[in-house]
Design a protein around this ligand. Structure first.
Ligand code: 13P
Length: 284
């Protein structure tokens, strides 16, 4: 079981009609909480690391922390680098042992996006590492990547076809109207575009901006073939909110273990809710 490549996991999800949650963790506590959630529900899991988190903790330190957690897990766990715009940084994470990486050159013109994505696909050849690429601009803030409202650019079917055939990636994240962070109004998810892109994509299609999407939106996207769904903001809110709630309720408490225990439960709860919505429960 334990530490696996994201590709096999997504191929199985695609065949069986569910999606695997990719949860952005920020430290040992959040990583262990989402792994515990996955183990209790017998769900596959993608431990996702934002590039800024890896920069803050350190590539080697992060790998040494996460890989043993994944190896010990009783369910399949992939470790995925999220939204990295720096080709050299992606390569360093591959060398350190990530089983999956995302090169995000979506802010570049198509030709340059293809060039950088290909460079990573070539670099990972023979290394059993999955590569995710992005096309279009997903609105919101994820790491150092900021796309303002009105500046989003949906991925076109034609450009998707060109990008996919030129790069040969393992997982594709086209901008279809979902957004990173909290939605200000009704999300404008373009289901038709998703369906058209899914139809021409030889690899699994990924949904970014999962926090705040309605259960029926997740359901529809999964029916249409989404197999990886990213959840970051909801994990951060559970983590920070859990700390605030606990310290407000217990202002005199100085035992960090009690605080951690409470926060772990909050993060686990959010991860479990999403695993249930995605249909990944009892799949291992
Ligand atoms: P949210 O923060 O909206 O959950 O988006 C997560 C994401 O897509 C990370 O790449």
């Amino acid at each position: 079981m334990s530490y696996v490549n994201m590709k096999e996991m997504l191929d199985k999800a695609s065949k069986e009609g569910y999606a695997v949650g990719a949860f952005n963790i920020v430290n040992f506590l959040t990583a262990q909480a989402v792994v515990d959630a996955a183990q209790e529900l017998k769900s596959p899991l993608i431990l996702q690391t934002s590039t800024s988190t890896v920069k803050q903790i350190g590539i080697q330190e992060m790998a040494e922390m996460l890989i043993p957690i994944a190896k010990r897990a009783t369910v399949p766990v992939a470790i995925h680098l999220d939204h990295c715009t720096d080709v050299e940084f992606v390569k360093k994470c591959v060398d350190a042992g990530w089983s999956s990486v995302m090169i995000d050159a979506s802010k570049q013109p198509l030709e340059e996006n293809i060039r950088q994505t290909k460079e990573i696909v070539d670099y990972t050849k023979g290394k059993n590492v999955t590569v995710e690429g992005e096309l279009g601009a997903i609105v919101g803030v994820e790491d150092e990547i900021v796309v303002k409202d009105g500046e989003e650019a949906f991925a076109s079917v034609e450009q998707s076809r060109e990008y996919l055939s030129a790069t040969n990636i393992d997982a594709f994240a086209p901008a279809i109207g979902t957004a990173h962070g909290l939605y200000k109004g009704e999300p404008r998810v373009d289901f038709n575009r998703f369906q058209e892109i899914k139809a021409i994509s030889p690899c699994p299609v990924v949904i970014h901006g999962g926090t705040g999407l309605a259960p029926e939106v997740f359901k529809k996207l999964i029916v249409l073939g989404a197999t990886k769904i990213n959840i970051s903001t909801a994990i951060k809110i559970a983590y920070c909110g859990g700390m605030k709630d606990y310290t407000t309720a217990h202002p005199e408490e100085n035992n960090p273990l009690k605080l951690d225990k409470y926060v772990i439960e909050q993060v686990k709860k959010v991860a479990k809710e999403h695993m249930m919505l995605f249909g990944s429960v009892n799949r291992v």
